[in-house]
Design a protein around this ligand. Structure first.
Ligand code: ZN
Length: 193
């Protein structure tokens, strides 16, 4: 059973490995990721947020499970071009309740493999482009708080500290393994694919 992992879980700092094969296991994982994303009212979810160290993200800018046509699965996404800068408010399922303004590129060109195994090129702007940047960052071990100005970071300092406290409490209770065990589990998943 997957669940959304919260900051400061170390997998959020892990650089994910490319997906090697599109098979039923991957499709099952994707279905579960969409389900978790909708349950948590998110617009995007990166694989390492649910404990999978692979270059894979799901998104739906409409955040509406009824709007299947707005769903997108991006495998091994690479942002090739960024144009313009725009600031907007962001949240993240791994940082429940925390919101902050993040400067992102206004327009991006990126390539990704789609579920049918084809490499496609996309040119996006606005909200969907912001989601792709946020989620692709995750896959490279970067969270939105890493992109904040020092002023914006200061404003959410207490909330981040609170998440640390919760995380450490969960770890003491045995809900979260030690860092070495998490690293071992990640390596095992990477080996099995
Ligand atoms: Zn996020």
């Amino acid at each position: 059973m997957m669940k959304v992992l919260h900051y400061p879980h170390p997998i959020l700092k892990h650089k994910c490995k490319p997906v090697q094969t599109i098979n039923q296991l991957l499709r099952d994982r994707i279905a579960e990721m969409f389900q978790l994303m909708y349950e948590n009212e998110g617009v995007g979810l990166a694989a390492n947020q649910v404990g999978l160290p692979f270059q894979l993200l799901v998104m739906n800018p409409e955040a509406d499970p009824e709007k299947k046509e707005a769903e997108l699965v991006l495998i091994n996404p690479v942002i090739m071009k960024r144009n313009g800068k725009i600031e907007d408010n962001e949240g993240c399922l791994s940082f429940p309740g925390i919101h902050a303004n993040v400067v992102r590129a206004e327009k991006i060109t990126f390539e990704a493999v789609t579920l049918d195994g084809r490499v496609e090129r996309f040119e996006w702007k606005g909200h969907p482009a912001r989601i792709v940047q946020h989620e692709t960052d995750h896959l490279n071990g970067i969270s939105f708080v890493d992109r904040l100005s020092s002023g914006a970071l200061l404003e959410i300092k207490q909330e981040l500290q609170d998440q640390h406290t919760i995380f450490e409490g969960d770890r003491r209770l045995g809900f979260i393994p030690a860092d070495e065990e998490i690293a071992r589990q990640i390596a095992e998943l990477e080996r099995l694919g």
